[in-house]
Each structure stands twice: as C-alpha cells, then as structure tokens.
Ligand binder design. Structure first.
Ligand SMILES: Nc1ncnc2c1ncn2[C@@H]1O[C@H](COP(=O)(O)OP(=O)(O)OP(=O)(O)O)[C@@H](O)[C@H]1O
Ligand SMILES: [Mg+2]
Length: 381
C-alpha cells in the first residue's frame, strides 16, 4: 500500500471501518509501577505502525498485550473487530518476532518454521507446502536443511519472520527485530521487511527505539513516553510538526533552548531569553506573559552559516568542531553567549569552515518550534 493511500482514516469514516488491532484504554501495572497509562490505538488493515520510544517507555509491554503474552490491568484488545481480551495467544491470529529471534538452534530451518504449524496439528503435506512458501518469501529456499545455529544473524532474522508468517496471521508483531544486526544489514532488512509487509498487505505493529528506522518504515509512528502515546502521526508530520520539545528532540535531532518570556511588545511580538542571554524575537506566541517558560527548537539541517545570510534570526558564533560524515557535515558552533548550536550542512558544501573560524549562523522563523512548557505548540514549521 503506498503512502498516499495510507490507511489512516482519511476519506472513510473511522466509525465504519474495522481496525486490524484496536487497543482500548489499556493500563498496565507491575506492582505499584504503572508501565502503561490509558493507551488507545487503532491499527488499520495493511498498516505499518511503529511504537517508538525510549527504553522503559512501555513498547514491549504493549506489544505483549496485543499478543496475549501479558494480560493488562485494565482495557480491551480487539483484533479484526473481535474482543480477544480473554483469548489465548495461539488463537489470536498474531505472529510475533522477538528481538533475539528465539529460534530452536538444534532444529533445522524447515523445522523451526514448521513448529507453529505442528502445534496446530496441521497435516504433513500442507506443512511442507506452507514452509516452502514461507522460505521463498524471505529468500531462504536453499537453507531449509541447515540448523538454525549455523545461520548468520540476518538469515536467522529471516527465519524468525518466516516462522511468524507461516500460519498467515492477521497481524504481525515485531519487537526490535533488527536490533542485533550491523548497520548495513539492518538498513537492507528494513527495506526487505517493509516490502514483504506491503506485498502481503499484513497489518504490522513494530517496536523500535531507532527513530531513523521508524521514519523509513512506518505508515504511522506512535511516540511513547512513560507509558503513554505522546504523539501519533505519519513520519512527515511527526518529524516536521512535533507536538512537544520532547518529540522534536527524540525524533530526529534538534537544538533545544530553554527560554523565558522577557517582554511582550504591543505588536504581539515576544522577546525570549535563555539563561545565558541568547535572545529570540518571535511572532505568533499566543498568550505569552512575562516569565513564562518555553522551549525553542531548531533542527540542525535548517541552520545556515555564512556572512551574507538573509536569515530572520542570526547570531555571531565561533566554529568549535567540524565533523565530515560523508553525506553531511556536522558543524558545532558556540554562540557568543556560550551556548552550543549544531548545524548540519550538505556533504557537497564547497566553502568548508574550520574550527576557530568566526561565522554568522542563522535560521528562518518558520523553521523553529516554540513550545510553552505547559500547553501545546504555538508555531508550526
Ligand atoms: N515483568 C516486569 N516486572 C516489573 N516491571 C516490569 C516488567 N516488565 C517490564 N517492566 C517495567 O515496565 C516498564 C516498561 O517496560 P518495557 O519492557 O515495556 O519497556 P520498553 O519500552 O520495551 O523498553 P526497551 O526499549 O528497553 O525494550 C519498564 O520500566 C520496565 O522496567
Ligand atoms: Mg522492549
């Protein structure tokens, strides 16, 4: 399914559609600790939804609740419209891929994949046919007779996916399935997994703490923080219009300034100041009152360096460090107030700066975010 057709509720009334997975007001406590706090989420048929969040934010717990491996303290789970809250895992129609693959090392690839079918008492000819098909889907047709322990990390990962898909589950759940792979293989498998999910049109809930992975693979990303979904949206929206400085900082990198309102002018423009004395004059900050705390954000790729810069906001700075990363160049600058600003220039930038150079750095008003410390975003990019 292409992104433009992303099953996100547009064009169709959500009330008339049946979600592949519906989580309704899920709360989960471990003793007195609340790991999930009133989480609701719809995953539409064929949709790839990623749970993205820091370690401990509740991603795995939520996935295990969908699978029926953990029973929530409160709330309901629906799969294709049916309340499965009290249905055991093996009858929920979900496939699960764990981070460590959980293959049986002493069984062959064929037997690993056949396992879910054998416990469902399927007949041998059908098992054989289904396992062959699953092997072909993940490009492992030649390796059916190998023992799982004799496979590379990437091959084991494919076997785990084949095993999760072999009984044609309605929903595929994956918990950091690429965590153990090196960067190059990881990137390759991201594309492969996404392609497979789209070919099969299978609904997928995917867990990662890698924001780049979430941005490249997902129809929608649910950003989790402390047991709650903090923001949910398609990758472009979450990246460009984060609802808080937390999301701006967690999804992608950003420069973050803690500010207070110093002055509100009669023309409604507002002067913000950091403790170090950096000043921003901004428009469009509704309801600002002197001393209000807020965060200002600007992503490194929106920052420009140069003398003749027509940026709306600019500062004198010194270059502290230049790191050539290949496709981009990271430039760390120190404002004269002492605050550090990271800029990311395109890798083909001709006029390279060097540590010690005096520069002007700046950005446009439209490229910055202003987040009052309580309340919603004031200004969109
Ligand atoms: N069996 C358990 N008993 C007590 N606390 C638990 C248990 N399982 C998880 N927790 C706690 O619940 C919170 C959420 O855990 P969870 O495993 O869902 O986090 P996560 O987002 O998957 O993190 P990670 O990225 O590290 O895998 C954590 O604070 C964790 O310590
Ligand atoms: Mg986890």
């Amino acid at each position: 399914m292409s992104r433009s057709q992303a099953p996100d509720g547009r064009g169709t009334s959500a009330a008339t559609r049946v979600a592949a997975v519906r989580l309704s007001r899920i709360t989960h406590r471990f003793g007195t600790f609340t790991a999930l706090d009133d989480v609701s989420l719809d995953v539409w048929p064929g949709e790839f939804v990623t749970l993205l969040g820091q370690s401990g934010s509740g991603k795995s717990t939520l996935l295990r609740i969908i699978a029926g491996l953990t029973t929530p303290s409160a709330g309901q789970v629906f799969i294709n419209g049916a309340d499965v809250s009290s249905v055991p895992t093996q009858r929920r129609g979900v496939g699960f891929v764990f981070q460590n693959y959980a293959l049986f090392p002493h069984l062959t690839v064929f037997e690993n994949i056949a396992y879910p079918l054998r416990i469902r008492s399927m007949k041998a000819p059908e098992i054989s046919q289904r396992v062959s098909q699953a092997l072909a889907r993940v490009n492992l047709h030649e390796l059916g007779d190998r023992y799982a322990a004799q496979l590379s990390g990437g091959q084991q990962q494919r076997v785990a996916v084949a095993r999760a898909l072999v009984y044609e589950p309605a929903v595929l759940l994956m918990d950091e399935p690429l965590g153990a792979l090196d960067r190059k293989l990881r990137k390759h498998m991201q594309i492969e997994l996404r392609q497979l999910q789209q070919d099969l049109r299978i609904s997928c809930v995917y867990v990662t703490h890698d924001q780049e992975e979430a941005l490249t693979m997902s129809d929608r990303i649910a950003v989790m923080q402390a047991g709650r979904i903090h923001q949910i949206g398609d990758p472009v929206t979450v990246y460009r219009h984060p609802v808080s400085s937390f999301v701006a900082d967690f999804v992608g990198s950003t420069n973050l300034f803690e500010c207070r309102v110093r002055e509100v002018s009669p023309d409604a423009s507002v002067l913000l100041a950091t403790d170090a004395g950096t000043l921003f004059r901004v428009a469009g900050f509704r309801g600002a009152a002197p001393a209000h705390a807020c965060h200002v954000t600007v992503r490194p790729e929106f920052i420009r360096l140069g003398d003749a810069m027509p940026a709306e906001i600019s500062f004198a700075a010194s270059v502290a460090k230049v790191t050539f990363v290949g496709n981009v160049i990271d430039v760390t600058c120190a404002l004269d107030s002492g605050e550090i600003v990271n800029a990311e220039l395109a890798g083909n930038t001709k006029d390279l700066v060097a540590a010690g150079d005096r520069v002007r750095i700046g950005w446009d008003f439209a490229d910055m975010g202003i987040f009052p410390d309580s309340g919603t975003r004031q200004h969109d990019q």
